[in-house]
Design a protein around this ligand. Structure first.
Ligand code: AMP
Length: 420
């Protein structure tokens, strides 16, 4: 134990469990790579203004949860609390939208930081895989993203998740609804913070989890009744495409999500085995975001899935991913000469793609065989002076216990054959 511990609200990914995290990232990104999304990586921090404008001045993420700081050079930066604003900033900066090939489809994977109250499933440092499709308004694109997330979760074996779907309207109909909702909310008994929220972002009051607020919301005007014809038709197409793809969803009028930039389609993936932190992923359309951060009009849609919570969801469903053992062959040299010879064989095997490890530190046979078994290797390669004098090494199948002497020159080939 060192003097230091991981900071509050964070944890370390450690073998063997860390392999599950890698496999989850891989499983989420695989359908994206297969659907025209290119990999993008942006810095872990950005100008704080990008998030203030992009994510929204009234959101908890910006007002309470951002790790914002001034650098020694006087720059105002923040650790990224989410991915979309950065990805859009990068796409605009590189003029990807001008290359004449819209939508620009991008995926990313990385660490995000929010100063939240830590609890199970809610951390100050967490990991997301995300996807953005920038510059095109097409319900098939919204549907595509939802279908790809569904595919990723199913490929992992998850079943107890639900997809919540809503439309938040656009710049035509949302303001009319917003005004009607504000009128209604101003007539309620609300605390000062919430009244301020009514002024800045009334839709988010609908999302308030407190009983005292929720019970007053019966009879609030419904966005559904205010959606313009274009938004209604758009949403209906998204729903039809999902249904045609066999992806089940629930209409959820209360789904507004915690970020200001969403328009039209919003969705969330919730898992029923996770208690209060049940959202494993979410996203939606953000047609106005580009203009908010100084770009041209670029209607876009995207999502981010939480890696940490997806791992928790796997645990909740009792799913152990089938992760191949990191090591296939473990070499055990007995003596100096064997050490030199087997190290050569190990290097050759590794170069030909066989995952191989070696008993370092001059371990005795018993200890080395223990390490071989712990490594999960299928085969052990053992050689002592007598073997070498006869020009052979012993190849031991660690599952069956069977051991055969193989000519030194043929051992790499024999191992490849055995492992298939
Ligand atoms: P959001 O950007 O808030 O919609 O988050 C998208 C996904 O990221 C969520 O559904 C969670 O899976 C994950 N996520 C967000 N915040 C946290 C957090 N503090 N700790 C762990 N996962 C998080």
């Amino acid at each position: 134990m060192s003097t230091f511990k991981a900071p509050k609200g964070t944890y370390d990914l450690i073998p063997p469990q860390s392999a599950t995290y890698l496999a989850v990232r891989e499983a989420i990104s695989a359908p994206l790579k297969n659907s025209g999304y290119g990999y993008i990586e942006t810095p872990g921090f950005e100008n704080v203004e990008l998030f203030a404008r992009g994510v929204g001045e009234s959101t908890d993420i910006v007002t309470k949860e951002m790790y914002a700081f001034e650098t020694k050079g006087g720059d105002q930066l923040a650790l990224r609390p989410e991915g979309t604003a950065s990805v859009l900033r990068a796409a605009l900066e590189a003029n990807l939208h001008k290359a004449g090939n819209l939508p620009v489809k991008l995926w990313y994977s990385g660490s995000y930081y929010r100063y939240e109250r830590p609890q199970k499933g809610r951390y100050r440092h967490f990991s997301q895989v995300g996807a953005e499709a920038i510059g095109t308004e097409d319900p098939a694109l919204d549907a595509e993203l939802i279908i790809l997330a569904d595919q990723a979760y199913r490929a992992l074996g998850l079943r107890n998740f639900r997809i919540l779907l809503n439309s938040l309207g656009d710049k035509e109909c949302r303001p009319v609804y917003r005004a009607a909702l504000q009128d209604f909310l101003r007539g309620l008994e609300l605390d000062e913070d919430t009244r301020r929220r009514v002024d800045i972002n009334p839709l988010r009051v609908l999302d308030d989890k407190r009983e005292t607020v929720q019970k007053q919301l019966d009879g609030a005007p419904k966005l559904r009744d205010y959606l313009c014809e274009a938004c209604k038709a758009y949403h209906e197409q998204v729903r039809e495409l999902l249904t045609a793809a066999g992806v089940a969803f629930e209409d959820d009028e209360k789904l507004v999500r915690g970020l200001d930039y969403y328009t039209r389609t919003t969705f969330e993936f919730v898992h029923d085995g996770l208690g209060s932190q049940s959202a494993v992923g979410g996203g939606g359309r953000y047609d106005g975001l580009s203009e908010m951060i100084g770009g041209p009009a670029l209607p876009s849609v995207g999502w981010a899935l939480g890696v940490d919570r997806t791992v928790l969801a796997l645990e909740a469903e009792g799913i152990a991913l089938d992760i191949p053992a990191a090591t296939a062959v473990y070499a055990v040299p007995l003596g100096e000469e064997a050490r030199r010879v087997l190290f050569g064989v190990v290097t050759e095997l590794r170069r030909s793609g066989v995952a191989t490890d070696f008993a370092y530190g001059g371990k005795g046979l018993k200890n080395a065989m223990k390490s071989a078994n712990r490594s999960g290797a299928r085969l052990a390669l053992v050689a002592g002076e007598r073997d070498l004098a006869e020009g052979v090494v012993q190849l031991k199948d660690l599952e069956s216990g069977e051991q055969t002497a193989v000519a030194l020159g043929a051992v790499a080939e024999e191992i490849r054959r055995t492992l298939g």
